[in-house]
Design a protein around this ligand. Structure first.
Ligand code: NAD
Ligand code: LMR
Length: 331
């Protein structure tokens, strides 16, 4: 990231004409992600059929007269859209419909991320940070990383902050407390129904969360509600989450760039370094802290038998997704 506030940060958003894109771009332009002093250059990438709609969004962005926007361009060529990019937000991909699991999108969406990984490798800035939102996000991030051998693997992440926020909101509602009362919640594993929202280490106003709720609530209500919230939104709203996903993408990157607050974590899907027995070679969600634009997996947490079983199940799913995309020739 530029040390000089006057040098614009180039942010590329793929799927710019989609639902999440529309909810995301105006937040980025307003300074919600990089702060009120950092000018931003927005690159909007779309497929050719959707560039006109993206141009329409660009007109609206212009009409907001955001003082931080130092430039804006619409592209249908990934090589041009990622040239010099500092922050790549890979949203563009097909969403699932009712009755589908996110992994059902692997063959439809996987190819997008090999092409974009190559384009990032060719042109991204040295400090590039990548977040994948398009589903199945963890495995798509792995595909992109595999096609960008010159970019450190650690720069490829996938978004589980939406799951983190959903978990915060569910626990806060149960406790009848504001979300700000909660610290150290974590999402482990895949952004899928197998994810493990973990309150073992969480506190509510400094009190251990697990001492405040019944085990049966955690296993039978909290975990399934959070893990299946994406499907609940699709069924109630008639389309997959958009503004909440955009908000989570802003938070994912804001925290990565600006740092997590003292005494708290965020959740990010990052390449495993073997921590907590999660094998290397997959991109799995962990509790992380961030400082000076770098993240670190929180170390030394005690993992209960219940947590172990849940983490292992989600990791097994990630390994099978990895094998499936390898068979499709995408790794
Ligand atoms: P959408 O269909 O409204 O928009 C997707 C956009 O991507 C479309 O405009 C399409 O033209 C574009 N696109 C497709 N291929 C592209 C490519 N190769 N390059 C650039 N753009 C391309 O979908 P949406 O609701 O915005 O959701 C986007 C993705 O995000 C979906 O895969 C969805 O499942 C996923 N999602 C993830 C999370 C998460 O928490 N990780 C949350 C919500 C949605
Ligand atoms: C979500 O969690 O809302 C997204 O991943 C969309 C989906 O398919 O559930």
């Amino acid at each position: 990231m530029s040390a000089h506030a006057s040098t614009p940060v180039t942010v590329t958003v793929t799927g710019a004409a989609g639902q999440i894109g529309y909810a995301l771009l105006f937040r980025l332009a307003s300074g919600a992600m990089l702060g009120p002093n950092v000018p931003i250059k927005l690159n909007l990438l779309e497929i050719p059929q959707a560039t006109q709609a993206a141009e329409g969004t660009a007109l609206e962005l212009m009409d907001c007269a955001f003082p931080l926007v130092a430039g804006m361009e619409v592209f249908d060529d990934p090589a041009k859209a990622f040239d010099g990019v500092n922050i790549a937000m890979l949203v563009g991909a097909r969403p699932r419909g009712p009755g589908m699991e996110r992994a059902d999108l692997l063959s439809a969406n996987g190819g997008i991320f090999s092409v974009q990984g190559k384009a990032l490798n060719a042109g991204a800035a040295e400090d590039v940070k990548v977040v994948v939102v398009g589903n199945p996000a963890n495995t798509n991030a792995l595909i992109a990383s595999a096609h960008a051998p010159d970019i450190p693997d650690s720069r490829f992440t996938a978004m589980t902050r939406l799951d983190h926020d959903r978990a915060l909101a569910q626990l806060a509602a149960k406790m009848d407390q504001p979300v700000a009362a909660i610290r150290k919640l974590a999402i482990w594993g895949n952004h899928s129904a197998s994810q493990y929202p973990d309150i073992t280490h969480a506190t509510v106003n400094g009190v251990s969360a697990t001492s405040l709720v019944a085990e049966s609530w955690i296993a039978d209500e909290f975990i399934p509600r959070v893990a299946k919230r994406g499907a609940e939104i699709i069924s109630v709203r008639g389309g997959s989450s958009a503004a909440s996903a955009a908000n989570a993408a802003v938070e994912h990157m804001r925290l990565w760039v600006q740092g997590t607050p003292d005494g708290d974590w965020t959740s990010m899907a990052v390449p495993s370094d073997g921590s907590y027995g999660v094998p290397e070679g997959i991109i799995s969600s962990f509790p992380v802290t961030t400082h000076n634009g770098e993240y670190s997996i929180v170390q030394g947490l005690e993992i209960s038998d219940f947590s172990r079983t849940r983490i292992d199940a989600s990791v097994a799913e990630l390994l099978s997704e990895r094998d499936a995309v390898a068979q499709l020739g995408l790794l």
